[in-house]
Each structure stands twice: as C-alpha cells, then as structure tokens.
Design a protein around this ligand. Sequence first.
Ligand SMILES: Cc1cc2nc3c(=O)[nH]c(=O)nc-3n(C[C@H](O)[C@H](O)[C@H](O)COP(=O)(O)OP(=O)(O)OC[C@H]3O[C@@H](n4cnc5c(N)ncnc54)[C@H](O)[C@@H]3O)c2cc1C
Ligand code: FES
Length: 275
Amino acid sequence: MVQTDLNENSNMVKVLHKSMSKLETVKINEVKQETPTIKSFYLDKDIDAKPGQFVMLWVPGVDEFPVALSRIHGKCSLTVKAIGKGTEALHRMTAGDTLGIRGPYGNGYTLDERDTLVVIGGYGGASILPAVDELNRQGVNVKVALGAACDEELLFADELSLISDVALCTDDGSVGKHCMVTELAMGMFDDVEQVLTCGPEKMMKKTVDICMERGIPVQASLERYMKCGMGLCDSCSIDGLQVCVDGPVFTGEQLSKVNEFGKFERDPTGRRTSI
Ligand SMILES: Cc1cc2nc3c(=O)[nH]c(=O)nc-3n(C[C@H](O)[C@H](O)[C@H](O)COP(=O)(O)OP(=O)(O)OC[C@H]3O[C@@H](n4cnc5c(N)ncnc54)[C@H](O)[C@@H]3O)c2cc1C
Ligand code: FES
C-alpha cells in the first residue's frame, strides 16, 4: 500500500515536472493600444490553440496570471486590460521585451456551424474574438452585441465589424444604444441557434438565464483566481468544478447547477467573496 502511494506520488511529480517545464520564453513583436486601458501584445511565436483557451503569462519579476489568446491564426496576440500590478507592469513592456508563457490551457468554445449571437462586455472580446473569427471562416452568420462603459472602451469594434454584424451599446450613451449589453442582446435573439458570452459575470449570468428560458444553447467563459492553471491547486474551483481544466468555457446546463455563478468568487487565500 505504502509502495503504491510512493509510486503514485512519484508519477505525479513526474507529470507535474513535465507540465511545469513547459514554461517558454516569447518575445513581444508589437504592442497595439486598443482602448485607453487595453493593449494587445503580439508574440513572436505561433501558439496552436482553440478559441477560448488561455495561457499562464509570466511577467518577469512581477507575477504570473491567466490571459486568453485573443488572436490565433497568423499573428498570435494577448489582449490585456491594466487593472493591477501584473497587468500594469505588462502595459509598460514594449516590442523586444521577453515574457514567459505556459499553456495553452482550458477547454475553449465548442463551435457548431449554427447562426450565432455573441454577447460581449468589457474586455470579454479578448477571449471571444478568435471564436467569431473561426465561425466566420466556417461561413456561419454571427451577430455581436458589444458593450462597454463608453465609446473609447469598445474593444475590437472595427475588427469584429469585418467578420460579423455588430450592434453597439455604452453605459454613458456616447455611442450606440444607451443601455446594458444584455438589454441590447434582448432584441437580437431572432433565428439565433447558439449564444457565446464573455464579460462581467453578472452580465453573463443574465445572458445565460435568458438563453436557458428560451431553450437556446449557450456557452460562457468564466474567470476565477488561478495559480497553477492545470488542475493541481484548486484555487479556481467553483462548486466542485475547476475553471482551469473543466472550463473556462461552460455550458448553460452546467452553469444552471453552479450556485456560485454570478454570486461568489474566491480570493487568493480561497475565501469566498461576493461578486
Ligand atoms: C481564464 C482567464 C482568462 C483571462 N483572460 C484575460 C484576458 O484575455 N485579458 C485580460 O485583461 N484579463 C484576463 N483575465 C483576468 C486577468 O487574469 C487578471 O486581470 C489579472 O490576473 C490581474 O492581475 P494584476 O496583477 O494586474 O491584478 P492584481 O492587482 O493582482 O489583482 C486584481 C484582480 O485581478 C484578478 N486576478 C489577480 N490575479 C489573478 C489570477 N492569478 N487569476 C485570476 N484572476 C486574478 C483578481 O480578481 C484580483 O482581484 C483572465 C482571467 C482568467 C481566469
Ligand atoms: S488554477 Fe490550480 S486547479 Fe485551477
């Protein structure tokens, strides 16, 4: 019995070591200011990933945190909003600087060839742009409801307009409809066969609830505090699911059984806090 445990531990250490040793260094090729608070960092390396997957990004000497792959085909990029010490340090980096990445991790979106509505709030477009790109390549009709605080913070409005039908809204009414993005989306459900959403969690909860009521398949990409990114530390757990490996993309059916969705998250110590 003891021997079995030792063997299991030793196998686990080997698996862990193999996964951890996948940290790769990449160089920033180009930095693009997308909005006053959001920048895209184009990398000098292609990453073979599915839309909706993420990497653990190491900003040398500062921190490691999860970031979605915002562009996959051609020039690979990460698109990040500056909100704290790690993301602000990243925003100070320029072309030629070096980053560390592990991954890609997570499941990504399941993209069926069906008329699609995409509901995006805040920097949610960072995760969902490659999904819209992929659906467009498949010839699928895609409508996008894109919301932000104000005109200047609408992420990827021009890029999304090239590959989908985009409707805009802002919290301050500076452009598009003066409303929340869920209200904008309410008028866009005709003929929709699947919904994808990414953004503030209360917005996604509302979107998922509307889709479940209408019987429309929906997928939402969640964020939780992540340390390992690969199912080892449990810091990202949400009602028994691990967001890093079981998600970050979850279906409406899965989320309807998750009591914490839209209500609670966990801080770095694991303590439950209200969203
Ligand atoms: C799967 C996933 C994909 C993400 N993709 C993007 C993206 O494409 N673009 C983007 O701008 N942001 C993305 N985020 C959020 C991003 O990880 C946080 O904004 C970032 O970690 C903040 O780090 P900080 O040091 O600047 O902030 P801090 O000052 O350390 O913390 C500010 C807040 O950021 C969040 N945060 C901090 N560290 C982590 C962590 N290790 N894991 C999760 N959340 C954390 C917490 O809510 C915290 O309260 C993603 C998060 C997840 C879980
Ligand atoms: S981040 Fe460690 S288990 Fe998900």
